[in-house]
Design a binder for this molecule. Structure first.
Ligand code: TMP
Length: 219
C-alpha cells in the first residue's frame, strides 16, 4: 500500500541556503492555511528529538576533534534512527507532510564520500537506521564550497571547520548520488539570491509536491 503522507527533504552543502528555503516552505504552508503539527511537521538532522539533540551536540562540538570516522557515521545514524521511528514514520502514516532539513543523504555525502568510507557498508548501516524509510523527494541546493563556506561565517562547527578539499568531495558526493537516483532528486543552483531560488522552489512545491501530497492524504 502507498504512503498517505509525504516525506520531503532539503539537502545541500554548508551555506547552500537549504535551511532558509525549508523555513520559507513552512511559512508558505501556513499561508495556505495548513497547520504545523496537525498537517505538517518540521525536522532537522542531526537532532529533532530529545536524544537526537544530545547526539547533535557531541557531533558538532569542535572539542571532539578526536572522534573516529565510524563513530561519527554511527552517531549521525543514531540520531536519525530515533527521529525516523519517533517522528517521520508516524507522521507520514498519519497523512502528514514531513519537511526535513537533512537526511541520510548527508551521511552519503559527508561521511561515505567526504571521508572516503566504503559506500556499500555505510548504506547498509543507513538502511538499518532508517527502517528502509526513504524520502519521497529530495531538494538538493548545489553551490561551490568556497561560496557556501563564506556564507556560514566565522563561527564554524566541527564539520564546517574541515578544509575546502573535503567540502568539494562532499559536493561531488551529493551530485553523484543525485545522478544515480534521478527520480528522487530535484537540483537547484543556489548561486542566485535566496529570493530567486525560492521562486524555483515554490514552483516545484505547487506543481508537484503539494499536488501529490493532497492527493495521497485526501486534503
Ligand atoms: P546543519 O549545519 O545543516 O545543521 O548540519 C550540521 C552539520 O552536520 C553540517 O556541517 C553537516 C553535518 N552532517 C554530516 O556530516 N552528516 C550527516 O549525516 C548530517 C545529517 C549532517
Amino acid at each position: 500500500m502507498g504512503r498517505k503522507g509525504y516525506y520531503l527533504v532539503f539537502e545541500g552543502p554548508d551555506g547552500s541556503g537549504k535551511t532558509t528555503q525549508s523555513k520559507n516552505t513552512l511559512e508558505y504552508l501556513k499561508e495556505l492555511g495548513l497547520k504545523e503539527k496537525e498537517d505538517f511537521i518540521y525536522l532537522r538532522e542531526p537532532g529533532g528529538t530529545k536524544i537526537g539533540e544530545q547526539v547533535r551536540m557531541a557531533l558538532l562540538d569542535p572539542e571532539n576533534a578526536d572522534m573516529d570516522v565510524r563513530t561519527e557515521s554511527l552517531l549521525y545514524n543514531a540520531s536519525r534512527s530515533q527521529s525516523t521511528k519517533q517522528i517521520v514514520m508516524p507522521a507520514v502514516d498519519a497523512g502528514k507532510l514531513v519537511v526535513a532539513d537533512r537526511s541520510y543523504i548527508s551521511t552519503i555525502a559527508y561521511q561515505a564520500v567526504g571521508l572516503g568510507m566504503p559506500i556499500d557498508q555505510v548504506e547498509q548501516t543507513i538502511m538499518f537506521a532508517i527502517y528502509n524509510f526513504t524520502p519521497d523527494s529530495v531538494y538538493l541546493f548545489d553551490l561551490l564550497p568556497e561560496v557556501g563556506l563564506q556564507r556560514t561565517g566565522k563561527d564554524k562547527d566541527r564539520i564546517e571547520q574541515r578544509d575546502t578539499v573535503y567540502h568539494h568531495r562532499v559536493r561531488n558526493g551529493y551530485l553523484l548520488y543525485a545522478r544515480a537516483n534521478k527520480d528522487m532528486f530535484r537540483i537547484f543552483d543556489s548561486t542566485p539570491s535566496i529570493e530567486e531560488v525560492w521562486e524555483q522552489v515554490k514552483l516545484d512545491l505547487d506543481n508537484r509536491i503539494l499536488e501529490e501530497w493532497f492527493e495521497r492524504s485526501g486534503r
